[in-house]
Design a protein. Structure first.
Length: 138
């Protein structure tokens, strides 16, 4: 019986350490997501960005908003417009000054035929950052 007691502290240590080891860190997930998106593998990118979004403990709010925007861009690329819109809305709710997300949402609204909302977002994004890419309504 003494042999088994020696394993108890080791088993307890492994039980505490191994669950955390199964999770990649946000930087690794970000790099994986960006690399996958660059290669056109949007499913892998979405999975990586989702891991960051669902991280526990959560990442800093500003980074969370950027991650929602990135995942929205992946959904947009796949023509999953409602998912893209949902992610852009979440990004903007977290950081109302994230001009890129507002500009990206303008493009989705335009694709959905919601021109008034697209123009409103394009104007709002440009107020924040004059260099941001938005639909042209001239």
């Amino acid at each position: 019986m003494g042999k088994y007691l020696g394993f108890a502290p080791l088993a307890l240590a492994l039980a505490l350490v191994l669950p955390g080891a199964a999770f990649a860190d946000p930087t690794q997930d970000y790099n994986e997501g960006m690399n996958a998106a660059t290669k056109g593998d949007m499913d892998t990118a979405i999975a990586a960005f989702t891991r960051i979004i669902e991280a526990n403990p959560p990442i800093e709010a500003k980074n969370l908003a950027v991650t929602y925007n990135l995942r929205g861009m992946c959904h947009d690329t796949k023509s999953e417009l409602q998912q893209a819109l949902d992610d852009y809305n979440k990004a903007i709710a977290i950081d109302p000054k994230l001009a890129e997300a507002i500009g990206n949402r303008a493009f989705v609204y335009m694709k959905l035929g919601e021109m008034d909302k697209a123009k409103e977002d394009a104007t709002a994004a440009r107020r924040i950052d004059r260099k941001i890419k938005v639909p042209d309504f001239k």
